[in-house]
Design a protein around this ligand. Structure first.
Ligand code: ARG
Length: 459
C-alpha cells in the first residue's frame, strides 16, 4: 500500500524502491510503531475523529498484529512495503478492512518514526542497563575471588608498583558505573514524545500531547515540532555512550590479553572461552577479548557516521535521517553482546597468584618504598629519590633485588639506613602504606569493594 500515490502518474521504479525502501532494517521498530499507533487511535477518538466502534476495531486489529509480530520477529522478505509505517498500515487493513485507512489522520511518518525510534531506545537502554550491571557484578565477583592477590601495577607497561588484583578489577567497575550513569542520563533526556508534531509544523488536530506522551511511557512531549521530527541527538548520545563504554571494555580486554600472554603469565584462560590454533598445537588464544577490542572500532565508527550524517542537515526532516538506523541498531547490539560475553567470560579467568606475586616482587617495584623510607629518616624526597635510584643501580649490577643488598652496601649510599629498611622493603609493607583514600592498601580495597557491592545491589 503506497502512502503517497495520488499526485503521481507513474509507478516508482524497482531500482528506486530497492534503494529507498527501509523495511528490511526498520522492521525491528514494528512493536513500537504499533504501540505508537494505539496511542494515536485513542487521541483521535478523544478528538471525535473516530467513533468508539472504530476505536475498538482499530485497537483489536493492532493488538492482533502485535501478537503476530512478537511471534515472528523476522522481517517479511516478501513484502513490497516501503517502510515499517506503511507495512503496519497495510497489514492492519488486511486484518480489519477500510477502518485502517483512518489511522494516519493528523500524523506523519516524520513524527511517527521519531517516536518509534525513541520507544525502541527506551526499551533497548533498559536491557543494556541490565547487562552493564551484570558485567559490573562479574568484575566484583572476580575482585572478591582474588581480593588479596598481588600483581604488578604498570605505567608505560613497565612494572611500577604492586597492586591488589581486586584493586585492578575495581578500576574497571568505576568505568562501567560511569557508563551506567551516562546511559541513565541519556535515557532521561530522550524520554520525550514527538507524536503529534506532524510532518514538521505540528499536527493539524488539537491532540492532547501530554496524554499521548504519558500513555507511551515518556516523561513528557517534545516542546518544538521542528526539533521533534529532526532531532537525532539521542542516537548520537547513545552511540557516544556505547563507544566510550566499548573503549572501557577494550582496555579491560587488552589488559587481560597481555596478562594471559606467555611473557606475563599472570592470568590463565579457561578452555571454555579460548580457541586453539589450526597449526600450532600449543596455542590457547584469548579470542573473546580480542573480538571485544576489535568491535570497539566498529561501534566508534557508527558514532562518526551518525555525526557526519546529521552535520549538514537543514531543518526539519530529510531522508538522510533514514540512515540513523542500521549503525545505531548494530552499535547498541554489539555493545550489549560485548557486555554479555564479558560477564560470561570473567568467571572463566583465573589468576596465577604465585606468578603474579613473584612478578610484583621483581622489577624493583619497591624502589618508591625505599625512597619513602629515607624520607622517614629525615631526607628530603628529591634526595631520597636519587639515593634510592643509586641503590637500584647497585642491585641491578649485582643482579639481585633491593632487599638482597647487605646493610653495609646500603649504608655506603646513605648512613641513615638501618636494619628496619628490610621491613619497609617487604611487598606487603609497601602495599599497606598506600592507604590514602583510593589506594591499594588491602584495608582500603576491602572497604572499597564492600561499598561497590552495596552500590550494585542498590540498582
Ligand atoms: N523510513 C523513513 C525513515 O526512516 C520514515 C520517514 C519517512 N518520511 C518521509 N517524509 N519520507 O526516516
Amino acid at each position: 500500500m503506497s502512502m503517497w500515490g495520488g499526485r503521481f502518474e507513474q509507478a516508482s521504479a524497482g531500482e528506486f524502491r530497492a534503494f529507498n525502501d527501509s523495511l528490511k532494517f526498520d522492521y525491528v521498530l514494528a512493536p513500537f510503531d504499533i504501540q505508537a499507533s494505539k496511542a494515536w487511535v485513542n487521541a483521535l477518538t478523544e478528538q471525535q475523529l473516530l467513533t468508539n466502534d472504530e476505536q475498538e476495531i482499530l485497537q483489536s486489529g493492532l493488538d492482533r498484529l502485535l501478537q503476530r509480530v512478537q511471534k515472528d520477529p523476522r522481517a517479511p522478505l516478501s513484502s513490497n512495503e516501503e517502510d515499517i509505517h506503511s507495512w503496519v498500515e497495510s497489514e492492519l487493513q488486511k486484518l480489519i478492512g477500510s477502518t485502517a485507512r483512518k489511522l494516519h489522520t493528523g500524523r506523519s511518518r516524520n513524527d511517527l518514526v521519531a517516536t518509534d525510534l525513541r520507544l525502541w531506545s527506551l526499551a533497548k537502554t533498559h536491557t543494556i542497563g541490565e547487562h552493564l550491571l551484570a558485567a559490573i557484578d562479574a568484575l566484583l565477583a572476580f575482585a572478591e575471588r582474588y581480593e588479596e592477590a598481588v600483581m604488578p601495577g604498570y605505567t608505560h607497561l613497565q612494572r611500577a608498583q604492586p597492586v591488589l588484583v581486586s584493586h585492578w578489577a575495581l578500576a574497571y567497575v568505576e568505568m562501567l558505573e560511569r557508563d551506567l550513569e551516562r546511559l541513565t542520563q541519556a535515557r532521561e533526556r530522550l524520554s520525550q514524545s514527538p507524536l503529534g508534531c506532524g510532518a514538521l509544523a505540528g499536527s493539524g488536530i488539537a491532540v492532547e500531547r501530554h496524554e499521548i506522551a504519558a500513555e507511551l511511557g515518556f516523561n513528557g512531549p517534545c516542546r518544538n515540532s521542528l526539533d521533534a521530527v529532526s532531532d537525532r541527538d539521542f542516537v548520537i548520545e547513545l552511540l557516544a555512550t556505547a563507544s566510550l563504554s566499548m573503549v572501557h571494555l577494550s582496555r579491560l580486554s587488552e589488559d587481560i590479553v597481555f596478562y594471559c600472554s606467555g611473557e606475563a603469565g599472570l592470568f590463565l584462560l579457561g578452555d571454555a572461552i579460548s580457541s586453539g590454533s589450526s597449526l600450532m598445537p600449543q596455542k590457547k588464544n584469548p579470542d573473546v577479548f580480542e573480538l571485544i577490542r576489535g568491535k570497539t572500532g566498529r561501534v566508534a565508527g557508527h558514532l562518526q557516521a551518525m555525526l557526519m550524517t546529521v552535520k549538514g542537515l537543514p531543518l526539519a526532516y530529510n531522508k538522510d535521517m533514514q540512515e540513523d538506523k542500521e549503525g545505531y541498531f548494530d552499535g547498541l547490539a554489539q555493545w550489549q553482546q560485548c557486555l554479555a560475553i564479558m560477564a560470561y567470560a570473567l568467571p572463566h579467568l583465573r589468576v596465577d597468584t604465585q606468578v603474579a606475586q613473584h612478578a610484583a616482587e621483581l622489577g624493583y617495584s619497591n624502589a618508591t618504598d625505599l625512597a619513602d623510607y629515607l624520607v622517614g629518616q629525615g631526607i628530603p624526597f628529591r634526595d631520597s629519590h636519587e639515593l634510592s635510584g643509586k641503590l637500584v643501580l647497585i642491585a641491578i649490577q649485582q643482579g639481585v633485588p633491593l632487599e638482597a643488598l647487605t646493610l653495609a652496601d646500603m649504608q655506603q649510599v646513605s648512613s641513615r639506613i638501618n636494619e628496619d629498611v628490610y621491613a619497609a622493603l617487604a611487598l606487603m609493607s609497601g602495599m599497606n602504606r598506600r592507604s590514602a583514600l583510593g589506594g591499594t592498601a588491602p584495608a582500603k580495597v576491602h572497604s572499597a569493594l564492600r561499598r561497590a557491592r552495596q552500590r550494585s545491589q542498590a540498582h
